[in-house]
Design a protein around this ligand. Structure first.
Ligand SMILES: *Cc1c(COP(=O)(O)O)cnc(C)c1O
Length: 651
């Protein structure tokens, strides 16, 4: 039997411990209170929740739990930290009429990550007496949103942090967002004459704009355009990695990598540049390690290979001064590895460039949504046997009675068998719906009894793997996986997700999360726990009349523009906050999500003509006497209001 609905208030049961009380004289009452104190104090603490959800391991210090049970954002200020509860930010959103779901951006975190990266390299370089400098660039494709790029450009200027552009559109963003002197612009991706012309003209304005050659065919276009404009380019070359890496993106390494030039193509490039008297234009070596490399040994081996290319290209006469390594973690090892190759050959240390995307922006965004409803898979009370019950139902009852720790697998198999038989009888019209429903209920009671007993056995029968999950709740969230968490659906990415409040109560339910797209892929059923991936998320029972909010964390990279309009769920509302040193916060930017009219126009409908068409239908109904004029007005107003409305569930 499936129960859909809201559960009782767990607070009410815990705050009133059972046991007789004798309310007599006040002194005794106080005594009694003192005695009861341990029972009244919450049986669950925020610290236990912190452990359960692993927030310390993925929160990077930006997210933690306050003692009063709230997930808080914590950002650094001159050695100290300022903290704000997400629930307080949600309250601020509500006051401003911004409905759930909302994508929350925390600008301080973006700034902090840019600082962290630049300062980590600065520290490593000074510690190792490295002769070159460091320049980070943010790959625009990781989050192209104007608010994000503007903030990186503004805050990053103090470090000379630049942007990486992989297309013409992204080059336009880079040029418009940065001052010429503030940082580098690294152009990757296929480049046509228009792209190259603009980049060369930007050089004239003082931008340090590198073209990274990814294929041999780009060179003639660059040479021709630069000759025609009389501007010498700043060139880079991307080499194919031979060091194979084992991370998620291993297709981007090895001989079959789709990116970069082979050694033969590099030799041809050098000869062609020499012939054109432009070898001095080749200044940057691009060797993208990717940020998904799981271990330091592979990073080191990649960097060593890159440094070898660098040294040999220098020996060939290229005026290299920049080594672009794509990824960025483990900066001490990276710097050290480069020096270990170049120092013996007396080659000056290059400016190290990295293109850190995910790590720069992931932490700064949180998707917040409310839970709309719950489905529980729980047996109802099993009624006592009736006189003329079908024999198979009796068999199920016997199975239920016989469950014990030694026969769990056997009981489960029996229950499955009897239920199958009963379902067949129903299909053949030999039993009625009420009998089938009774059988299903006893079956569910057997399964939940088995699941309870599983806790008592040392070795779980392998055939019962996943049985617990089959009983977990479904929590329906007001969001779309396809729009807001496309990587959950496309590449099974696991994002940290947890309730943002009520962590002084034990989360007693286990759930998977379904979205509101009514698509069977619109769900989240893998979660981060303190000990690896888990199949259900611990959550609290809903309390009638109280909203329940979940946050999905680390969603600042890639999720926004990869999202799609599945079921015509549009962009969510977006809010950027800045946390102040005194623990207050400001709403610095707000963007309303798509209205229904917006998403309809994306798929080529004209909202105005839809309304016109519908008006004609309604008018016809008036003519035929099926509705009154007032009713016509009411339905047209509903239609128009829906066009203006949010695509998500509105209260
Ligand atoms: C996507 C991309 C990056 C960013 O990689 P992350 O894994 O997000 O850090 C860097 N450089 C290039 C060329 C890219 O295409």
């Amino acid at each position: 039997m499936i129960f859909r609905g809201r559960a009782g208030n767990i607070r009410a049961t815990r705050r009133h411990p059972s046991g007789a009380r004798e309310p007599s004289d006040p002194a005794r009452e106080d005594d009694l209170k003192a005695q009861l104190k341990p029972a009244i104090a919450p049986a669950w603490s925020a610290a236990e929740s912190a452990e359960l959800y692993g927030i310390k391991s993925w929160g990077a210090g930006y997210f933690d739990l306050s003692d009063d049970g709230n997930v808080a954002v914590s950002v650094p200020f001159n050695g100290a930290r300022a903290r704000v509860a997400l629930l307080d930010i949600i309250a601020g959103m509500q006051q401003r009429g911004l409905a759930m779901p909302v994508l929350l951006r925390i600008e301080n975190i973006l700034d902090a990550q840019v600082s962290l990266l630049n300062e980590a390299f600065a520290r490593a370089m000074s510690q190792l007496a490295y002769g070159g400098g460091y320049r980070g660039v943010f790959p625009i494709k990781v989050n192209q949103q104007c608010q994000v790029i503007e903030e990186i450009a503004r805050f990053g200027a103090r470090y000379g942090h630049g942007l990486e552009a992989g297309s013409k559109a992204e080059l336009l963003i880079a040029l418009a967002s940065m001052e010429p002197a503030s940082g580098y612009i690294i152009c990757n991706g296929y480049k046509d004459t228009e792209f190259i012309t603009l980049g060369l003209q930007a050089l004239k304005l003082g931008y340090k704009c590198f073209f990274v050659l990814e294929t041999p065919t780009e060179l003639p276009i660059v040479l021709e355009t630069s000759r025609a404009l009389g501007i010498r380019p700043m060139l880079g070359v991307r080499v194919k990695l031979s060091a194979r890496v084992s991370g998620a993106w291993n297709e981007s390494s090895g001989d079959r990598s789709i990116f970069g030039l082979t050694t033969a193509q590099i030799v041809e490039l050098i000869d062609a540049l020499k012939a054109a008297d432009m070898l001095d234009c080749l200044q940057l070596l691009h060797y993208h390690l990717g940020s998904q490399i799981p271990n330091i040994r592979e990073i080191r081996s990649g960097v060593l290979e890159a440094a070898r290319y660098y040294a040999d290209l220098r020996q060939e006469g290229a005026a290299l001064g920049y080594l672009d390594l794509g990824g960025d973690e483990y900066c001490l090892d990276v710097v050290e590895a480069i020096m270990s190759v170049l120092d013996p050959q007396g080659i000056a240390h290059p400016t190290i460039v990295t293109e850190s995307g995910r790590a720069t922006v992931a932490y700064s965004s949180v998707l917040l949504f409310n839970i709309l409803d719950v489905t529980r898979f729980e047996p109802g009370q099993v009624p006592p046997p009736q006189p003329k019950e079908h024999e198979l139902i009796g068999n199920l009852r016997d199975t239920l009675k016989s469950v014990n720790p030694r026969n769990l697998q056997e009981c489960y198999n029996d229950a499955l068998y009897y239920r199958g038989e009963i379902r067949d009888l129903f299909k053949r019209g030999q039993i009625r719906l009420r009998e089938l429903s009774l059988a299903e209920n006893i079956f569910l009671e057997i399964v939940s009894t088995i699941v309870r007993r599983l806790g008592d056995v040392k070795r779980k029968p392998p055939g019962l793997d996943g049985l617990e999950q089959s009983l977990s709740d479904i929590y329906y969230g007001n969001f779309s996986v396809f729009q807001s968490l496309p990587d959950v659906w496309a590449i099974d990415q696991v994002f940290p997700i947890m309730p943002v409040h009520r962590h002084t109560e034990q989360p007693t339910r286990q759930a998977i999360i379904a979205d509101i797209t009514c698509d069977s892929d619109g769900k989240i059923d893998q979660f981060i726990g303190s000990r690896g991936i888990r199949k259900t998320l611990p959550v609290h029972p809903l309390v009638d009349g109280e909203p329940y909010y979940l946050g999905v964390f680390l969603v600042g990279a890639y999720q926004e523009t990869l999202g799609d309009l599945h079921n015509l769920m549009g962009d969510t509302n977006v809010v950027s906050v800045r946390i102040n040193e005194d623990g207050t916060f400001d709403f610095v930017r707000e963007m309303s999500g798509d209205s229904i009219a917006d998403v309809l126009s994306y798929v080529e409908y004209q909202p105005q003509s839809l309304l016109e068409q519908f008006r004609k239908t309604a008018e016809q109904a008036v003519r035929e006497g099926r509705v009154s004029v007032a009713e016509r007005q009411a339905v047209l107003e509903s239609f128009a209001a829906s066009l203006r409305g949010y695509t998500y569930y509105e209260d």
